[in-house]
Write a new protein. Structure first.
Length: 251
């Protein structure tokens, strides 16, 4: 009979030396599962356009600084080239007629007195030639006094005009004029006409409301009052509210 094969000898460790690592596969242990309810993160996700609005206050501040410092970097306006009269009081036209006779400047009357009286005042009483007088009746209030004329003045290359109106109306007129006429590069110099006992101080709501209308017109090219009258007139009539008529600024 043959001899049985001898068992394979195992390597013995001799003396102090590195142990031979055991390379036999180990069973996989299941991963530890979380105990208790899973908490979701409440971290807000930023909207794609939210980063843009972070720069809005800075942009407004820079724009305000540029506007306040415009006297340093804007070129000086030329001497007055015309007289712009805002209708609503015959005294304004009388002052403008004397200015035109003295300085020889053309006059544009926006929403003033009737044509017969205006032509008699300028041409016969003050001797202003008809070629220097223009009567415009498209305006219905202070804002439209400027919006109806400003593009015509720009095409005529007007850069500086004398603004004639009553002293109690000058603050609102200058605010609207600086926005509307200023957007076309036209500088305005106020010429206030004393109103005496007829002066009626204008409230801040009226002043800043017309300023907001002017700003919207410059940005969008549309008048907020006319849009509201077109789209909201049925609601105004339903609640018994009448449309607002022309103010004292224009006849």
């Amino acid at each position: 009979m043959g001899q049985a094969p001898s068992p394979r000898p195992r390597p013995r460790r001799r003396g102090p030396g590195p142990a031979i690592p055991d390379r036999s596969p180990r069973p996989l242990r299941p991963a530890a599962l979380p105990v208790g309810p899973v908490r979701r993160s409440h971290r807000r996700r930023r909207r794609p356009g939210s980063a843009r609005w972070r720069w809005l206050p800075l942009a407004l501040a820079c724009g305000g600084l540029l506007w306040l410092s415009r006297g340093w970097w804007l070129p000086e306006p030329p001497p007055a080239q015309m007289i712009l009269v805002l209708g609503g009081d015959a005294d304004r036209e009388r002052v403008a007629a004397r200015l035109s006779r003295h300085d020889g400047l053309p006059v544009v009357v926006s929403g003033g007195t009737n044509p017969e009286y205006a032509r008699w005042l300028f041409e016969q009483r003050e001797g202003v030639p008809p070629s220097r007088l223009r009567l415009d009746y498209r305006a219905t209030d202070t804002v439209t006094n400027f919006t109806s004329l400003v593009d015509d003045l720009r095409r005529a290359r007007i850069r500086h005009a004398l603004l004639v109106t009553s002293s109690d109306h000058m603050q609102r007129a200058m605010l609207v004029g600086r926005i509307v006429a200023g957007s076309r590069g036209i500088h305005l110099t106020p010429v206030a006409v004393p109103c005496g006992e007829l002066c009626k101080p204008e409230g801040r709501r009226l002043v800043w409301g017309d300023g907001l209308r002017s700003l919207i017109w410059v940005v969008s090219g549309r008048d907020l009052r006319h849009w509201a009258e077109e789209h909201l007139s049925p609601w105004l009539e339903r609640f018994g509210l009448e449309r607002s008529g022309p103010d004292r600024a224009s006849g």
